[in-house]
Design a protein around this ligand. Structure first.
Ligand code: FES
Length: 122
């Protein structure tokens, strides 16, 4: 039964392409709007891409407008921070994680998977 449950969870995830993410230079980041209204911030740290929800969990700020310091994204509004590897809070006043995503390549297209029940939540 465990195997069936895991397979069902995978089936309910949808792949979204991240256009332009491959052109990001190390140290750069960009917001990418997905169908359905979710906006993703994509970061390039030393050639590896990371992704989180773009909206800060503390307020209505775009994290892609912040400052990237190593694996920390500093929010432009109140200078709270998150670890882009897992979305965990990494600086006051941020105490609630932001959703993070694994950036993958599927058939040569860079993107990420979002579960159906995670997508249209905002
Ligand atoms: S809105 Fe991001 S730290 Fe306040």
């Amino acid at each position: 039964m465990t195997g069936f449950r895991e397979e069902s969870e995978l089936d309910r995830k949808t792949f979204f392409a991240l256009p332009g993410a491959d052109q990001l230079a190390p140290g750069d980041m960009m917001p990418i709007d997905l169908p359905g209204g979710r906006c993703i911030a994509v970061y390039n740290v030393e050639g590896t891409l990371y992704a989180t929800d773009d909206r800060c969990s503390h307020g209505n700020a775009s994290l892609a407008d912040g400052d990237l310091e190593g694996f920390r994204i500093i929010c432009p509004f109140h200078e709270g921070a998150f670890d882009i590897r897992d979305g965990s809070p990494a600086g006051y006043p941020c105490t609630v994680p932001v959703k993070s995503y694994a950036v993958v390549s599927q058939d040569g297209v860079t993107g990420l998977f979002i579960a159906e029940d995670e997508h249209d939540q905002d």
